[in-house]
Design a protein around this ligand. Structure first.
Ligand SMILES: *Cc1c(COP(=O)(O)O)cnc(C)c1O
Length: 372
């Protein structure tokens, strides 16, 4: 066969020369690179999933509930219970991972001739999904300590007038979270520039020291909170993300969602997981204390560590020869896979089980010794 590359195909111009999302999926003993939850689902939940999927299988000749009413009702109940803010089914929408939720939002509120903006370093998929939907992408500023400078951010918003604004809190890969006042200031700045959608990506909020920003949707129809079951619920393989917003936003994304996008099997599995919320949130407490241990131990070893509100920790600095990537490689040689997100001089490690975290800490201690 003749050698045909992507760029030889008649693909859209804005995709030319771009790389796909690609966290390495390497077969190493300790994988702490994609912010997954290290705990497998508990056996009673596995049984319950099998039961609910068996029931769903009996009706797989039919299309699933297109509006996922039962699932959205349970997600609304979860949000109400954990935030103390009353959320109804009509304010919740679900899709295959929060990535699909974000894609639907960009298809609805972004698109050709429109632009989205986020404050980088942040979740690379915000830019990638923007591009994939034909939406322009603007990278806004962060402070040197990776927090948001409200004045500089508001200034960038006024200059670029984005149609969609992403605020990730806690932020990935830095771990930093923002308070309600910051979100309100940026929301006001965005609305002053032009009517725009502000998306607060709370993928890691269950791990945060700070409360959810969800109550801010009250009276703000242009504000969306995005959530996922991939991290705190330990169900990355399930592919279930959701949003909370004004019911009009939920109605709007119906314009672009594929009919029957959420399979009956997915809906049944997510409903089973939501029945076991308390057990799963118990694991979150373990992970939070392991996260705090990683921060303390990394500092004790002599690394510079960014304050973390998530289930991962950003550490450095690696300004020597080869930079962070050379160190990433050396940690991998010790059988531990962490993440190089391309932030100069920094790496990111996901909080794993105590044993996995010990293996990681041993590896970085060994490195430190080699270099002193
Ligand atoms: C992991 C992550 C997600 C989750 O994406 P899913 O599609 O729900 O697995 C969303 N946003 C951020 C910032 C993330 O890091």
């Amino acid at each position: 066969m003749t050698d045909v590359r992507i760029d030889d195909l008649p693909i859209r111009d804005e995709l030319r020369g771009k790389s796909p999302y690609g966290a390495p999926q390497l077969d190493v003993p300790v994988r702490l690179n994609t912010n997954e939850n290290p705990y497998p689902l508990p056996e009673p939940l596995v049984e319950r999933i099998a039961e609910r999927v068996r029931e769903a299988a009996r009706e797989l000749n039919r299309y699933p509930d297109r509006d996922a009413v039962e699932l959205r009702t349970e997600l609304a109940r979860y949000l109400t219970r954990t935030t103390g803010h009353e959320v109804g089914m009509s304010q919740v929408w679900a899709a295959n991972g929060s990535n699909e939720v974000l894609q639907q939002l960009l298809q609805t509120f972004g698109g050709p001739g429109r632009i989205a903006m986020g404050f980088e370093p942040s979740y690379s998929m915000h830019g990638l999904i923007s591009r994939g939907t034909g939406t322009g992408w603007i990278s806004g500023p962060r402070r040197d300590d990776f927090g948001l400078d409200v004045a500089a951010a508001a200034d960038a918003i006024a200059r670029h007038r984005p149609d969609v604004l992403f605020i990730t809190s806690p932020n990935n890969p830095t771990g930093t979270a923002v308070d309600a006042d910051t979100v309100l200031a940026l929301y006001e700045a965005a609305q002053a520039a032009k009517p725009s959608l502000v998306v607060v990506d709370e993928a890691y909020v269950e791990f945060s020291h700070r409360p959810s920003l969800l109550p801010l949707i009250e009276g703000r129809p242009h504000l969306v909170i995005s959530r996922t079951m991939s991290k705190a619920f330990g169900a990355a393989g399930l592919r279930l993300g959701y949003l909370a917003a004004h019911p009009a936003v939920v109605d709007a994304v119906q314009l672009v969602r594929l009919p029957y996008h959420l399979s009956a099997v997915t809906q049944a599995t997510a409903l089973a997981a939501l029945e076991h919320t308390d057990t799963l949130l118990g694991y979150v407490e373990h992970l939070k204390s392991e996260r705090d241990r990683l921060v303390a131990e990394l500092r004790a070893i002599g690394y510079e560590v960014t304050e973390s509100d998530a289930n991962f920790v950003q550490f450095g600095r690696f300004d020597g020869e080869g930079g962070a990537h050379a160190v990433w490689r050396k940690i991998l040689d010790h059988g531990v896979l962490v993440r190089d997100n391309g932030v100069p001089g920094r790496l990111r490690v996901t909080a794993g089980t105590p044993e996995e975290n010990d293996a990681f800490l041993d590896a970085v201690r060994a490195l430190k010794k080699e270099h002193s």
